[in-house]
Design a binder for this molecule. Structure first.
Ligand code: 5GP
Length: 250
């Protein structure tokens, strides 16, 4: 267990996670909270156990990505809810990949509902609450100084790889990866590294057979079984063996 007593300093508080300093300057501790929000934070709740579920799912998916050559912030799940991570200088982009047309895409463009998107669509939004996360193009992103063309090209390449790896992994778990949002940062050597989380808060997961929602859309739609859904998807993605392995880290 990491000793945070000397160094428990909050660096950043997000809508559902807190990031703390550790004794090592290039490592941080990410704490997954039970808060859940939607619609720019207009809809809020606190669901007991949600942070734990998301920390387990994100850890597992980060591990799968690392095994497939994708650099992530993940170092270790030191206890349920607390992920030791590399410190990244975050790039304020929300990188969204879509395999199926749904959600906000249908409100903005004349796609058919549930239309298959092959090749997948990659969309980049500016992570900025004041401007309500507007959709970007490369010219605007570069002019704002958010990233260079080379970095954008690399982010697209990594995102397509992540889509392929996660779609295949989740298919084995009988989950359809509909779309998801990623956030990237730079490590101390300037590498582009996947940060944030990959969880039902940031992805659309559908039951591969029934197309039932297994993610935060259940909360957005006002369903009363949101936590049951998060627990179900956690059980589908995380094995007993993973839990035993993480438990032995203590
Ligand atoms: P949409 O643009 O259709 O609302 O979302 C597309 C995908 O990106 C969904 O999987 C959604 O969960 C994710 N996403 C887009 N924007 C955000 C955001 O601001 N926060 C979170 N947690 N996920 C987002």
């Amino acid at each position: 267990m990491i000793n945070m007593s000397d160094s428990k300093k909050l660096i950043y508080a997000g809508k559902a996670k807190d990031v703390y300093k550790t004794a090592k300057k290039d490592e941080v501790l990410v704490i997954f909270r039970d808060d859940i929000t939607a619609g720019d934070g207009d809809k809020k709740d606190n669901l007991k156990g949600k942070g734990e579920c998301n920390s387990l799912i994100s850890s597992k998916l980060f591990e799968v990505l690392e095994e497939n050559g994708v650099k992530t912030q993940y170092i270790n799940l030191i206890e349920t809810g607390s992920m030791l991570s590399k410190k990244l200088d975050m790039i304020p982009l929300e990188v969204i990949a879509r395999n199926i047309a749904t959600g906000s895409l249908l409100k903005r463009f004349p796609f058919e509902e549930n239309q298959k998107l092959d090749p997948p669509i990659i969309q980049m939004d500016y992570k900025n609450d004041e401007f309500h996360d507007p959709m970007l193009n490369d010219e605007i992103t570069i002019a704002l100084g958010l990233a260079t063309q080379e970095e954008l090209d690399e982010i697209r390449k990594i995102t397509l790889k992540i889509n392929e790896v996660l779609s295949n992994f989740l298919k084995e778990k009988e989950i359809l990866l509909v779309d998801f949002k990623l956030e990237f940062g730079k490590d101390s050597e300037g590498n582009i590294v996947l940060g944030d989380e990959v969880s039902p808060d940031t992805c659309r997961y559908w039951d591969i057979h029934t197309l039932e929602t297994l993610d935060k859309d259940s909360f957005r739609q006002g369903q009363d079984n949101v936590m049951d859904i998060y627990k179900q998807v956690c059980n589908m993605i995380v094995d007993e063996k993973d839990l035993e392995r993480w438990d032995s880290n203590d």
